[in-house]
Design a protein around this ligand. Structure first.
Ligand SMILES: [Zn+2]
Ligand SMILES: [Zn+2]
Length: 282
């Protein structure tokens, strides 16, 4: 909820005219309690989880035969009923675990200083904050993921996410509820350490969701814009981690490649790539 009764009052307080985006934000948020704005996040997560994997679902069902050549593991195919089972599992986790977590985490979010007020952040502020969030997420989830590959944690928790040896976009958040909870921490750590505007917070969760869906898509699309991001792992990188499964000692990082490089956990993947290159050159 904004502390102004009208646009004029907001402009007077800021000492300047509001931008178009700020006027829209005023109209949308002025009368909404901050708690309701905070809870939008789970709706965005569910909406983008439902919509973003759809192109990969259609490709996987064979609607676009010319895309089959980009499939990373061409011999493995999922049917519609399996995909729907995966979707239902994830949505249940969102409703029963992530939603309540969002609600009870509100005081923490307030405490970290994430704001809903005017002015809106500049584009460069949003950009750099999200870059920092991705770096923090990548580093902390790398270590959590390594812990999830210890014998006990794998058997009790992480095994569920690895049911997909050839991942699909819908399976990005397919995991044991405890893993969803544990891996929620790296996602809120960035906004907690470098708090920004709630719009940045929403955008962060949407982008993180899109990144995870692409990484699990099972397709290496040549035109994906993410290939221009320095040190970005991408679909092929994470696909290898699922392909090897429980025994995997490689590719623990969820976004970038540098943690696996620094801590020496990319050796399996490197030799796998070398073998593939050799076979291709024959
Ligand atoms: Zn794993
Ligand atoms: Zn995965």
């Amino acid at each position: 909820m904004l502390p102004y009764q009208s646009l004029e009052e907001a402009e007077e307080a800021l000492g300047r005219a509001l931008s178009v985006a700020e006027k829209l934000w005023f109209q949308y948020s002025a009368q909404k309690p901050d708690f309701i704005l905070h809870c939008h996040d789970i709706l965005f997560v569910m909406l983008f989880y439902t919509l973003a994997p759809l192109p990969f679902v259609f490709i996987g069902l064979g609607w676009f035969k010319n895309m089959d050549k980009f499939k990373i593991q061409p011999k493995v195919n999922d049917c519609l009923s399996n995909m729907f089972k995966c979707y239902k599992h994830v949505m249940r986790t969102f409703v029963l675990v992530v939603g309540p977590l969002q609600v009870i985490s509100y005081p923490t979010i307030q405490w970290t200083g994430i704001r809903t007020s005017l002015p809106l952040p500049s584009l460069s502020e949003v950009f750099w904050q999200i870059v920092v969030y991705f770096i923090i997420e990548d580093f902390s989830s790398y270590w959590i993921h390594r812990m999830l590959h210890t014998k006990w944690a794998y058997k009790k928790i992480h095994r569920v996410h690895h049911e997909y040896t050839a991942p699909i976009g819908l399976a990005a958040p397919y995991a044991h509820w405890a893993e969803i909870l544990i891996l929620g921490l790296p996602s809120i750590l960035g906004p907690a350490l470098v708090p920004g505007h709630i719009v940045t917070y929403w955008l962060w969760f949407i982008l993180r969701q899109l990144e995870a869906i692409e990484t699990h898509s099972g397709y290496l699309l040549p035109w994906t814009p993410t290939k221009y991001i320095p040190f970005y792992g991408g679909a092929e990188y994470h696909d290898y981690h699922h392909f090897v499964g429980e025994q995997s000692k490689s590719n623990f990082a969820s976004i970038f490649t540098y943690c696996d490089y620094i801590y020496g956990t990319n050796k399996g993947y490197r030799s796998h790539k070398q073998v593939i290159e050799k076979v291709k050159s024959l």
